[in-house]
Design a protein around this ligand. Sequence first.
Ligand code: UTP
Length: 505
Amino acid sequence: MKSFEEAKARLESAGQSHVLRFWSELSAEQRVTFLEELSQLDPEELSRHCRTAVEAASLQSSDGERLDAHMEPVPPEFIGSVRKSDQQTLKEWEDEGFLQIAQSKVAVLLLAGGQGTRLGVPYPKGMYNVGLPSGKTLYQIQAERIRKVQELSSVKYDSQCTVPWYIMTSEFTLEPTEKFFKENNYFGLEPSDVVMFEQRMIPAVGFDSKIMLEKKNKLALAPDGNGGLYRALVDNKILEDMERRGVQFIHVYCVDNILVKMADPVFIGFCVKNGADCGAKVVEKAYPAEPVGVVCRVDGVYQVVEYSELKPELAEQRHPGGELVYSAGNICNHFFTRDFLSNVAHTFEGKLKQHVAIKKVPFVDEEGNLVKPTKPNGIKMEKFVFDVFQFSKKFVAFEVVREDEFSPLKNADGAPVDTPTTVRRSLSAQHYRWAVQAGAHFLDADGNPITTKHRTAQDMVPPALCEISPLVSYFGEGLDMLKQKNLKSPFFLNEKNVMSLVEHS
Ligand code: UTP
């Protein structure tokens, strides 16, 4: 559909012809791009979308009652735990994970199509420099972890291997992300092993069931949520690409978690050894009202119940030992087999729940003025990546230690949690622990020993500023060169200065 008449007819049948109201004012070029955009809309799908959005917005939060009576925690036999497992078991999982990686059967898939509105920078969140001594961005940290996990697996099993990196982007993030990777030589990865693809965008809908214009020749569109992954896999033939490469297991994660363990061998190994087709990493909830979703069962079916849906009485329920009953906090870190992804993408995608967000959507009014609303005025529909647990034949949860695995960047500095400062501290605290475990001592700027007495892992500010490049250590291994060393804070260990420390060991 590239003609005006065709576009008009299709929009009329969907009850949305108002978006052509400024047609006579558009230049020839603007008309071409607008028609291109409109050609993506299917009239039936569009009217269904508008209807569902308004209905869903009016029904919002009526799920609470239903959930309460039918919820139960994940049964213990389906949860693995780093904290509660012995070293031998953890080692077995890790070996299995490394083996699968060494055979090039594991890929990582990054969800990076979000708009990052809370952080508020005008570029993709992965390009954010969180202020570490190295100045590395989230994308660089993640790329280097892939390089390291490939290297560790290759050395362990004496075979060259590749962990392909699939990156789901959106209209907002594709171009700048591609450019950034090119400018940085893909951070040392093979460019053909970094596969970027785009998720769909869908129109924001007003409370009157009408889609909105962001400009006179542009619809107000938003990405279809991180659950848009499943459609995007089909649209972009990503499953075929995975099959061609022999990928069987996929580790899916969010861009903002600075501690993410790319293709974590322990998690992969745990899931593979348990024959799971779908797995979720979880962390113990910090406190009952913590705003994270809870992995649990509802009517025997696995799902994530959002914190807003969980009544305080349930959130506060505890086992006799004091642990929260609903403690499995979802951190958007998943394991899928390729077969499972294919099944979901081809068979179940249409059954995924539509989540509603009522947002402030800037729009062009009837007179053609751009309005920045002060109150929410539009409905955005999103699908969530975790809504597929219900289709799993063998679901497992894997509880990991928060301090080692989860610290997301959501907000700008000034907010109380999940800011550049808090993620920087989390990383530094972890690397400080690794160095101390390896036998290092830290000194302050005046050369006095930094004492860690009375500190706990939960302390917000790490005793010393410490950064260890992922190219040197993936999860704290291989740091023997730090034994008995006095390290001055801030300390940054990278693949260049590591040699001088080795020589002086
Ligand atoms: P968030 O829900 O934190 O959203 O996304 P966001 O867009 O990053 O930030 P806000 O809410 O606008 O401040 C969690 C993860 O899901 C991805 C994000 O990129 C992030 O990795 N995501 C989100 C997508 O890939 N696509 C989407 O449509 C939405």
